[in-house]
Design a binder for this molecule. Sequence first.
Ligand code: NAP
Ligand code: ZN
Length: 350
Amino acid sequence: MYKAKAYSAASATSPLASDTIARRAPTEHDVQIEILFCGICHSDLHSVRDEWGGTVYPIVPGHEIVGRVTQVGSAVTKYKPGDLAAIGCMVDSDHTCPRCKAGFEQFCQNVIYTYNSPDKYKTAPVTYGGYSDSIVADERFVLRVPDNLELAGVAPLLCAGITTYSPLRHWGVTEGKKVGVVGLGGLGHMGVKFAHAFRAHVVVFTTSPEKTEDALRLGADEVVVSRNADEMQRHAGSFDFILDTVSAKHDINAYLNLLCPDGNITLVGAPEKPLDVAAFSLIMGRRSLSGSNIGGIPETQEMLDFCGKHNITADVEVISIQKVNEAYERLLKSDVKYRFVIDMASFKSQ
Ligand code: NAP
Ligand code: ZN
């Protein structure tokens, strides 16, 4: 066991504050990583404030992790000290169930998330995430980082990237498809970049008119201010696929009504409160509503390699760890362009 620096929250109403946590020394299949950057996902905020229930305190959030390998266990074959490496939302699973064998570890009944999951090594009651200077994980959950990308912009790919890439691929988003992305935050802006890279016609729906220019720069072909009913109506019945990334309760029927027959809307946003679905929004045109949770390890590696090839990273605002509570307040105001990323070098200045 060794001590690592971290930022943790002691309760749903406490700010994040400096802490020291226990990490296990690498066992034979483990990789130890010095964390260089960690993105701030809205899921971190939902979890810290216990909006979904089940948070165990203290919580150390963070699941968009990039860094450099510092040590490896004796059986590790994929990594050596000095390599770039990344960790996303999962650090372990049972490796034996059909879902794991198919590369869908995110659907494993025994998946271990990067934070707030039971710690089978008993180093701590639960796993601790990436708001820390170091982490240890099984090499099967460590990803290779393309070496041509700017590292701070790579971190958000580990959650915002894969969470948008996976459903766009699953639902066959390609050239000739009309695709909507609802909400231009961390996930939404990656959804726009990927849908554009897949050559779809991309329409962004935003509640923030001042994001219009950015949306076009990020790859949108059109931007709709969703509070404008006339603008919405112009697109009625025309979308093949819509990716909904909104973090708070909103009117999902307004988007279901924009789908063409057999169109699908996939929720990746996970609001605290349930959404109301009118049956007629689905019945008319045999539309469907589904959800998607991150992506498996093989697809996460595929997404990172795709980003390396196409030079895709997140647009980030790099902050020090000491500014994390301010960043949370700005997230709640949709004031993010388009992902906050913590520079872990700031731990050294405390
Ligand atoms: P984010 O950066 O805060 O972006 C959310 C965006 O939603 C905002 O920028 C805003 O965009 C829009 N929005 C916020 N409140 C709204 C409201 N009341 N009505 C309409 N639109 C609103 O959050 P994120 O990190 O992208 O995460 C988004 C959601 O996805 C969160 O709930 C998160 O927990 C969830 N998530 C799910 C997965 C998964 O695997 N399914 C993975 C990661 C995150 P505009 O300003 O453009 O309107
Ligand atoms: Zn996330």
